[in-house]
Design a protein around this ligand. Sequence first.
Ligand code: ADP
Length: 398
Amino acid sequence: MDDTILVVNCGSSSLKLALFDQNHKPLASALAERLGDQSPHARIGDGGAPVALPPGANHEQALEALIRAFQDRGLMSSQPSAVGHRVVHGGETFRHSALIDDSVRDAISECSGLAPLHNPVNLTGIDATRALFPWVPQIAVFDTAFHQTLPRKAFHYAVPESWYRDWGVRRYGFHGTSHKFMSQEAPRLLGRTPAATSIISAHLGNGCSITAIRDGVSVDTSMGLTPLEGLVMGTRSGDVDPGLFEYLATKGLTAKRVHKALNGESGLLGISGQTNDMRSLCELADHGHEPSSLAIDIFCFRLAKYVGAMMTSLKQLDALVFTGGIGENSARIRQQTLENLEILGFVVNPEANKHHGRLSDGHIEDSTSRFPILVIPTNEELVIAREAARFANRSGSA
Ligand code: ADP
């Protein structure tokens, strides 16, 4: 099959691939894990056929093996027509997706200081794919790019100006591809045009962020210099008083130790002492586990507080949108969050909330609600595929 678009999402020891046809219809997905390990795993599809990898296989070997598996199944011919890469941090350099050449590659590398755990790994995937398909257009799609429209008052911290000027300390925002997808899907469901639609998009997965989108562009978002700021997340604290660094130093904890705890030992896991997984947390709470109920209460309270805060960036609100694993699947979390928001005029319809999506128009608000409330499954791979196709079409017609 010709004209396939390949989407590559590279983690430190994992590689996720998604394949789309020219109409952006998904054809296949694949996942390789434990790369660099003595027993790496790879498979096509969700729980699908395993693909053999040699011990210690790296990203390039995994990519080759999975591409060969796609080809053996007749899903793609010798090469895709374009490749889209997820890249976490584009700093202020990238306001849009970019066709990757050596200078774009260098610029992504220069942004690594802002995302040391992510950008170097993303580059590994880019290098491996460029080596495999040197003549195919490859496009970098940045998690931060959608938020480059934030006005200065929203992205600037109240810290010494030189921190921003000299070191780039500012709010960048993340989950941009998901929020961008909401900025297109919500208007579609509402029968409006994206450029005339204002929404609040809550992406609630393991990482959680919320974005105010005014007339189609991001104007405020909860994640900041790093993906640690804002909402309560699976293992991340979200907002805390920065004064705790100094206070905890008096207890013998270094800044590095506190940073690690705020990223990996906090959030739902830290409060419950049990799990970062919302589904398990809800089950624990149902069985009377108080710390799990508290974790849920704090999660919903912080989220509701942020919805209120995001409204201050908008002139009108056409919909509040829930997405991500929790946002799409947990009627309980939506219900509890929305109960905290009744004073602002959000009223949920419990039945629609329970059956959302299955009823399929995505609406979960009551007829008395001041604002529509939507549940929309996110599709970051599709956004990346669309971006890649845009560039491929452009280079094809040049
Ligand atoms: P990631 O950010 O890793 O992509 P996801 O978007 O898949 O994560 O979200 C994972 C979260 O969604 C987990 O906390 C999981 O428990 C939660 N989740 C998935 N289904 C449900 C459900 N039915 N009820 C509550 N939480 C759910």
